[in-house]
Design a binder for this molecule. Structure first.
Ligand SMILES: [Zn+2]
Length: 76
């Protein structure tokens, strides 16, 4: 289940093919609950991939954004 108490809008939910607009930790929600929700790290400008099983029906929900180190002003 989604974590409780975290404000979220439809803008924070992404599907395969969408460009990652913010690096960070995303919760992955699979169709038909063929797999339990889990977290992944996605990096800015990549595209969210399709699931090997539920393909385009997987959804990515931004849990905690964090700037990728290589793009941070102190490290680039
Ligand atoms: Zn899946």
């Amino acid at each position: 289940m989604l974590r409780q108490g975290v404000p979220r809008t439809v803008l924070d939910i992404f599907k395969p093919g969408d460009e990652v607009s913010r690096s960070g930790i995303y919760q992955v929600i699979h169709a038909n609950q063929h797999a339990k929700p889990h977290e992944v790290t996605c990096v800015y400008s990549d595209r969210f991939p399709p699931c090997r099983d539920c393909r385009q029906d997987v959804r990515f929900v931004l849990m905690r954004g964090a700037q990728h180190v290589a793009s941070h002003e102190h490290f680039k």
